[in-house]
Design a protein around this ligand. Structure first.
Ligand SMILES: C[S@@+](CC[C@H](N)C(=O)[O-])C[C@H]1O[C@@H](n2cnc3c(N)ncnc32)[C@H](O)[C@@H]1O
Length: 319
């Protein structure tokens, strides 16, 4: 494999990069279970690892610090631009930043003849994206109802709300968000739409869903009532489940024998997909599980970073 090719890829993509310059994160994203992830990847010097979800680079940084080399993917051009500015200098020989969906990582790595020793996929979105008005992921957002992590994707959350029937919306909220009030919320949204009053911003949508909860008699809950609605729309807009499954299926065959595939997921729908995929591979004798049950954050991490509470880490070892 040509190192120049790798370096060229990094600099070409900078030219193409539509990033606006990154912008400072409103809140720093804390990478989840970093110590455990490094343990399970068992990082070796000079070997290639893949960070399928670069984000703010916590896992990438940890692999680099242990002497590994990293190919890091992210669909968000701002994540790539930030890493190019803060992580890339000094690591030019050991880090390749790829502004692409991890759904294609197997093909891209194979074309570079890279067989990784390990992969970490830390799904979802990071804190700075929640603070970005562009993405419209925060309950307080006053920008457009967008929710695309990759701004080139064709469908926004607003388009889904404008174009779906009540049944389609209910199905989406139930399937991707496991929202218990899926039908009530979907019906209320479609009725409101017919009166020309669809929520226009993330803040409006959060208030709208809270209103449905209130009318149904729900008064208190640990989580914001709109949590599941936002999650479902974000998963649909970014085709997260499909990308996850295609990405894992694509990268598994090119792992080195003994290579490890570690997936951190944050909701049950996603964790179920990973569990089934890994189980099927074990049945097909393509490898084994490092642990029969998923690992979860330690009490110490939970108290320091309550956002890690729903994390589950599953690890597959390739034969
Ligand atoms: C939870 S964050 C990762 C945090 C990261 N591990 C860290 O230490 O900062 C998830 C990141 O994955 C990116 N992402 C989500 N779906 C993706 C996909 N299909 N392909 C590539 N990147 C994706 C998001 O844009 C986000 O930056």
């Amino acid at each position: 494999m040509s190192r120049n090719l790798l370096r060229d890829y990094s600099s070409d993509s900078e030219t193409d990069n539509p990033a606006t310059g990154g912008g400072e994160a409103k809140e720093l994203h804390r990478p989840v279970m970093t110590g455990r992830v490094m343990e399970v990847l068992s990082v070796e010097r000079e070997e290639w690892y893949v960070d399928a979800t670069l984000g703010q680079g916590g896992h990438t940084c940890a692999i680099l610090a242990l002497g590994g080399r990293v190919v890091a993917f992210d669909v968000d051009p701002e994540a790539i631009a930030r890493a190019r500015e803060f992580l890339f200098p000094g690591h030019e020989e050991r880090l390749i930043l790829v502004p692409a969906n991890h759904r294609d990582m197997g093909e891209i790595l194979a074309s570079w003849e890279i067989r990784p020793r390990g992969v970490i996929l830390d799904s979802g979105w990071s804190m700075n994206q929640a603070g970005s008005e562009r993405a419209g992921l925060s309950f307080e957002g006053t920008g457009p109802l967008d929710m695309r992590l990759d701004p080139t994707l064709p469908v926004t959350a607003r388009m889904i709300l404008e174009e779906s029937s009540a049944e389609e919306l209910a199905c989406l909220l139930s399937n991707f968000g496991e929202e218990p009030l899926a039908f009530g919320i979907a019906r209320a949204l479609v009725q409101s739409r017919s009166r020309g009053r669809l929520p226009g911003t993330p803040r409006d949508l959060a208030a709208f869903v809270s209103g449905v909860y209130y009318r149904k008699g729900f008064r208190r809950s640990r989580r914001h009532p709109a949590t599941r609605t936002f999650m479902a729309l974000r998963i649909a807009v970014n085709q997260e489940i499909d990308s996850l499954v295609k990405g894992l299926e694509g990268v598994r065959p090119i792992l080195q024998p003994g290579g490890r595939l570690a997936v951190l997921s944050f909701h049950s729908r996603e964790d179920r997909e990973v569990k089934h995929l890994f189980r099927n591979w074990v049945r097909e004798e393509r490898g084994e599980l490092l642990f029969p049950k998923p690992l979860v954050p330690s009490d110490e991490e939970l108290s320091e970073n309550p956002r890690s509470r729903s994390a589950k880490l599953r690890v597959f070892i390739a034969h």
